[in-house]
Design a protein around this ligand. Structure first.
Ligand SMILES: [Fe+2]
Ligand SMILES: [Fe+2]
Length: 309
């Protein structure tokens, strides 16, 4: 690829970017304690997050490879340092979700099959795209994780409805960091390309994966788990409720965030237009306080990558 800086790009929030520590975690997931109705006590919507957890590891590996490749072209030394932090954070997300996914297999979840399918989509699809398109896809994926992060931070109570503290800790930690690094992929794309049409193509591909491919994959899980669900009125009620909690306009994960999702299509969009700094402060204290933090029992090491030349 011959990516080159074609214009001088100054990110909107260059002066107050949050610090991005790389936090090493050790959750020791246990299948016996895992709640497969974790999300709002539903089977289908919870299966969406389980399928997302599989696909996320492949998305993160793509983000890592793409960020590594493009880091060499980034001129802004501060942005370059943040790319290193992004790579570090995503590497640990991928590792922890893989550990979680291993345990999911104990819940009649076809982890091997879903990993195989996700691998095919990424290996023979997304990873074959030109580098400039992968960069755009990376920014698109990071937009969706930023939307999800903001949703989770704004709806904290939902994630306390389940007894499954480790699953809650996994998602809250992951989303905290997605919010911390939400500008980085976008800023790299804007610095190295800035092509609006290309940005929209990456957004469309990310949207296709997150709001079509993963839901289709997820829809099969409750049936594979319990084939009798197909004939059970109780399960069809679950489907209705799951759809409401995912796409309902009031507080559905994607239904209530559609404006934020589509805001990405604005030509002068920047992730920091959605200010999450107050939530970040709140959650850092709530999750990371060494005595009372939800993540304290699982956090093993933390460091901030130094400045790179
Ligand atoms: Fe991540
Ligand atoms: Fe991310």
């Amino acid at each position: 690829m011959t990516t080159a800086t074609i214009h001088s790009y100054v990110p909107k929030n260059a002066k107050q970017r949050p610090e991005m520590p790389i936090r090493h975690m050790d959750f020791q997931f246990d299948g016996k304690q895992l709640d497969d109705t974790f999300f709002r006590n539903t089977e289908l919507a919870s299966a969406y997050f389980e399928a997302l957890s599989i696909f996320l590891t492949f998305g993160e590996d793509l983000v890592i490879d793409t960020a590594r490749h493009h880091r060499q072209f980034v001129k802004d030394p501060e942005l370059k340092r943040l790319v290193t932090a992004l790579i570090g954070q995503e590497a640990i997300h991928s590792k922890m979700h893989n550990e979680f996914n291993d345990v999911l297999a104990q819940h009649r979840f076809p982890v091997g099959l879903y990993r195989f399918l996700a691998d095919k989509v990424f290996e023979h699809g997304f990873k074959k795209l030109p580098n400039r398109m992968q960069l755009s896809l990376m920014a698109g994926i990071e937009h969706f994780t930023a939307v999800l992060a903001e949703y989770m931070m704004k709806h904290e109570d939902i994630f306390y409805e389940s007894f499954d503290e480790k699953q809650r800790a996994l998602w809250m930690w992951h989303m905290l960091e997605e919010s911390e690094h939400k500008d980085v992929a976008y800023d790299v794309f804007q610095e190295l390309s800035g092509d609006y049409a290309l940005r929209m193509q990456g957004f469309a591909l990310a949207a296709f994966t997150i709001v079509f491919l993963i839901p289709v994959a997820a829809s099969l899980i409750p049936i594979m788990r319990k084939p009798r669900n197909l004939l059970s009125p109780r399960y069809w009620k679950d489907v209705q409720r799951s759809l409401a909690v995912m796409v309902g306009p009031k507080d559905g994960v994607y239904g209530s965030t559609i404006k934020h999702i589509l805001d990405y299509t604005r030509r002068d969009f920047h992730p920091s237009d959605h200010d999450t700094s107050a939530y970040l402060e709140y959650y850092k204290e709530k999750l990371l306080n060494p005595k009372t933090g939800l993540l304290a029992p699982y956090l093993t090491k933390e460091f901030v990558p130094g400045k790179r030349a």
